[in-house]
Design a protein around this ligand. Structure first.
Ligand code: UT7
Length: 328
């Protein structure tokens, strides 16, 4: 039994931070950020907003879109590296906020691959035949771990997320293939060193800014291009497809140059590549479901279309998912 996507939604906080706003905070420029990353602005949370607030809005939109009640949801999976708390999980907060009285759920930590790992997990729960309606959300409040004194990281991330409802289909459609990878030897290149059990939060660790995300951008860039291109080529050849067969490529939005390089390697032409990094920056687990919902709303996806998703992120984690779209 395959899993198909029967509803999509996304949500981003109201506040917008432009590159020009960042110029006033760190030594950077609109020109540098645009030319090196493709980003023009990003949405950021207000002081009283966290990942569960964004996720709850996404979950409510999904229920509305499907016109179902919260108690019909069996399982809630939230891909995030910026949960409100270590415990309870963001999934538990969403469950409470929407009143999903028959659901269980959990958070899943796979950074920028969080939504793809979540889709794979949800699809496998559907395939057991035991679950009928699963919410998969990818969300991150990156500003909660951003050091606005570190121009290597603070200019590239934003806050937001999106989600889907998965349901079974008896057709040869929905999520038809997936390839996911992990290589922990890349862990130090993109890391939040402090605040966990290795370096628990202390006045010293906070003063040393260890609870902020650190990145060796050049190294991550190199692995990201290779990882995303290799895995996308692999899933295409495994399914006897070429880039021409793909109706829409929805890659993780970390850097426009990474996306362009991966699309070119797979032979996917520019107008079949969804790029919205200019508006949102890198929202980590949020990028793919935000882009997917925009594509649906803009009627860029039709019944029977082959959609290719690909991501690369901290861990390292990366992967590709192939969907044959089935209109509801
Ligand atoms: O989603 C998770 C996965 N993350 C990624 O995939 C991110 C991968 N990495 C990247 O996207 C890029 O490496 C960055 C956007 C982070 C950086 O771009 P880059 O082209 O690799 O720049 P760089 O680090 O090589 O720096 C080039 C120059 C340096 O100056 P010099 O040494 O050439 O004089 C930097 O000091 O740009 C300077 N620079 C900046 N200038 C203005 C670095 N950051 C900034 C900045 N504003 N924010």
């Amino acid at each position: 039994m395959n899993a198909k996507i029967t509803a999509t939604a996304h949500n981003t906080p109201k506040n917008i931070m432009t590159n020009h706003d960042l110029e006033k905070i760190v030594d950077t420029s609109d020109e540098w950020i645009r030319s090196r990353t493709g980003i023009e602005k990003r949405h950021i949370v207000s002081e009283d907003e966290a990942s569960s607030d964004i996720s709850t809005r996404i979950a409510l939109s999904l229920l509305k879109e499907k016109n179902i009640l919260a108690d019909e949801i069996d399982l809630i999976i939230v891909g995030t590296v910026t949960p409100d708390h270590y415990t309870p999980s963001t999934a538990a907060l969403v469950q409470k906020n929407i009143g999903a009285t028959n659901a269980w759920g959990f958070d899943l930590s796979a950074a920028c691959s969080g939504f793809l790992y979540g889709l794979e997990t949800g699809a496998n729960f559907i395939s057991t035949g035991k679950y009928e309606k699963i919410m998969v959300i990818g969300v991150d409040t990156m500003t909660s771990i951003l050091d606005f004194k570190d121009r290597d990281t603070c200019v590239i991330f934003g806050d937001g997320g999106g989600g889907v409802i998965l349901e079974p289909t008896t057709k040869e459609s929905g999520i038809i293939d997936s390839i996911l990878h992990m290589d922990g030897s890349g862990g130090d290149y993109l890391i939040v060193p402090g605040g966990g059990s290795r370096i628990p939060a202390t006045i010293k660790s906070v003063n040393e800014r260890k609870h902020y995300i650190k990145q060796d951008g050049k190294t991550v860039y190199k692995y990201a291009v290779k990882g995303m291109a290799d895995v996308s080529e692999k899933i295409l050849s495994k399914n006897n497809l070429s880039g021409d067969d793909i109706a829409l490529f929805i890659p993780h939005q970390a850097n426009k140059r990474i996306i362009d390089a991966a699309a070119e390697r797979c032979g996917i032409v520019e107008d079949k590549v969804l790029i919205n990094i200019d508006k949102y920056g890198n929202t980590t687990a949020g990028t793919i479901p935000i882009a997917l919902n925009e594509a649906v709303n803009e009627n860029r996806i039709n019944d029977g279309d082959l959609i290719l998703l690909a991501a690369f992120g901290a861990g390292f984690t990366w992967g590709s998912i192939l969907i044959r779209w089935e209109s509801i």
